[in-house]
Design a protein around this ligand. Sequence first.
Ligand SMILES: *Cc1c(COP(=O)(O)O)cnc(C)c1O
Length: 480
Amino acid sequence: MPENRQALFRKIPSVDVLLAHPQIEEALSGQPRVLVIRAIHEVLETLRAAIQGEVPVSEERLETDVIVRNVLVQMERLSMPSLRNVINATGVVVHTNLGRSLLADRVLAKFRPLAGGYSNLEYSLSQGRRGSRYTHVEYLLKELTGAQAGMVVNNNAAAVLLSLETLAKGKEVVVSRGQLVEIGGAFRIPDVMRKSGATMVEVGTTNKTHLRDYEEAIGPDTALLLKVHTSNFQIVGFTEEVPLSDLVKLGQKYGIPVMDDLGSGCLVDFSTYGMIQEPTVQDALEQGVGVITFSGDKLLGGPQAGIILGKNELVKAIRENQLTRALRIDKLTLLALEETLRMYRDPRMAVKEIPTLRMICASYEWLFERAEQLHALIQGINTENFSIEQMDGDSKVGGGALPLQKLRTRLISLVPAKLSAQKIEERLRHNTPPVIGRVEKDRLMLDVRTIQESDFQTLAQAIKALAQFNPKTDRSPKEA
Ligand SMILES: *Cc1c(COP(=O)(O)O)cnc(C)c1O
């Protein structure tokens, strides 16, 4: 090893010396000792690797003060939880990777008393004995949708699996080829069907399926006719799908129930808010479907859950399936779901107060105002890194809901100068809290539709920090 490397190694302060440093001592009073020691080891290890490396290490990096500063930064990083808040500036409202739906304030207010205390989760207060956890939402689901019976599980994937396993295990399920979809994150209808033990009988073609295709496929082993909402894609042009009502009539003729996996499952008619018509849960039930399944955290705007509604005898069979115990809903989810559903008793209030619905229905005028407000906080920033513009654009509902719906929105766009769009995206993603935008037209777009107003100041700070970022040293002024 060359002389100067040896000399550099000797200059590295020992762990004990660092632990005795006043700033580290102070940190020790607020942080677990193991964490502080780990931060020191990691910083020293990085330093040793740097000395071994090709690029010469400056003497400055070996100064105790500089090392201490790096240890403190590293400690902050290590003490951060893994699951953290981010600012969603993508404009995708139901963003599966960013946690889908935000719970309403009314729902959040329920967490402290109910999750921090005992509850009648599985206890009948009127009879003084064991009760069912499903009663806490079934009454509301029936009231809101007109369903004969209802049941909830962990998520919609579980709802589909459980329903198929109960109603069609060892039998045949007839489904259109145009509906054999894959939903993000590896939920594929043919795979779920296989896991349930049912045999899939595909009918029709990718773009067209007729009623007679279903009828010809019905045999002695047919247990179910299945319809699946194609969610995140749509076939346009020369296409034909059998309406649910026709499928139900066909089922009645042969005594076979129809199941509809609605995916998103909305309770409000979005067309009254100027949007593309989505079949509502109530519509599907009115047409006489046997069972429907949908998610709790997509268009419903509640917690992750799978909701099963339908005819008494079918839902009863599903509830009594042994598998239900393995897919059962947690009490935190249950309390959030009940409170979210209670808000739907007044649909106008639901649209105003359930964040997912509020963001989807936000008017262009309102978004324009929000963009002005955010822009005002960052106007006049003096930087050569980027410039700031406002422009129109489109947001997305996300979560496989209303895939063709364009939601006109207002964007703050950071136009690359010294920093590339990719660098801007990366720096904002590494901010605390992380800001997730989208790169489009070689700019970084921040869509005000999904940025919460309470985050405006924080976002402005992040943009100001980006303005001061030095692309030459790859550092912000406060980083060592
Ligand atoms: C989203 C979706 C699912 C899966 O629902 P999760 O709640 O994510 O488990 C199943 N089927 C359809 C049609 C969907 O859109």
